[in-house]
Write a protein that binds this ligand. Sequence first.
Ligand code: ATP
Ligand code: MG
Length: 415
Amino acid sequence: MRLTNLFTKTSKTSPADEVSKNAQLLIRAGYIYKEMAGVYAYLPLGLLVLENIKKIVREEMNAIGGQELIMTALQSKDTWEMTDRWDDKKVDIWFKSKLKNDTEVGFGWSHEEPISLMMKGYVNSYRDLPVSVYQLQTKLRNELRAKSGIMRGREFVMKDLYSYARSAEELQSIYEQVTDAYMRVFERLGLGDSTFFTFASGGSFTQFSHEFQTLCDTGEDTIYLHRERKIAINEEVMTDEVLNQLQLNRDELEQVKSAEVGNIFNFGTKKSEQLSLYYKDEKGENQPVYLGSYGIGITRVMGVIVEKLSDDKGLLWPESIAPAKVYLARLGLSEDVVKKADEIYATLQERGISVIYDDRDERPGTKLSDSELLGIPYRVVVSDRLLQDSTYEITERKTGQTNILTHDQLLAKLS
Ligand code: ATP
Ligand code: MG
């Protein structure tokens, strides 16, 4: 991608109406655009990051047999009344509207109900189970507060997976598979060491639900962490009884701030019974299906990564999700420099290395600081001075470490 072809521009100043670091930096770097509080558009560079996150999540969900689909944003009142979740007193974040004929509709904030009703058309016998389906979809929630940038949106992207099983044991084994898949996701996103399997409040079927909490000073949650055992308890369920049950000692736990990047629930058979989702067992008898529900906040994860990794120079992406691996900064406009920079741009692309090519007619200082603000893992400089020795300068964004390399060394380093 040539920067002269990119319509977005960087800004030196933070937007006055943003308090969160993630929104400030992402707006300054041209990754997102604020439509209104809690509602952000994803611009070309932001979309690349988002798609890279989705790709990782998709791969891990496919690896455990998840089948991808996409449900609707407009939802029917009847569906949600079946489980008593239409009432604003029961669910306080609904956006609702009306059709021309006065029929009420809701905007999807979650999909357990509609997706399970849809599955009724396909799950008939024990042979149809187990099955897991998932989507990467935009959720709409009328959140009271939206001051955390993309970490709490009124419109945000979630990955939600739903598993349908024949028994409590079968559901439990899927639940564990998803847990492992989630840890692989967070590892690949560079959050493995700071993300903890956390005991949180359950529902009518189980005592606990489980959250994936990432250590983050600007997160909204407080958890009690056992670092060695790699587990935590959300403060909302932190009681002596729970501590006993989990064989944890209060003084072995660290109180920390965190952000919930994922949340998984065991609904047992309650929802299936409410929605009449039954299957016929081997004896031909009707049995309720066991439902599990598993979310990852895709856009929140992106915000958390910004909060955790960025520094005073700007964003800093892990290679796995960066919009490009290399920021190619062409300093100067001499024929030689332009030719060499064009060449190396072509070579990197041929080798499948993603590059943002700063081919603008800008001052060197601007190019160098933009490469940092954008958070691209490697910056490669082409300049007249370096070309005199047939060398390139490469700087790692994370460490700031700079090396002068020959053409071959450069390609070896980046391949
Ligand atoms: P929270 O406790 O943060 O309000 P939740 O428990 O309501 O979230 P779920 O319904 O379980 O969230 O949604 C699954 C995941 O979606 C959450 O773990 C979180 O990562 C993400 N998420 C939830 N609400 C938002 C939001 N308003 N903006 C961005 N991501 C969100
Ligand atoms: Mg939650």
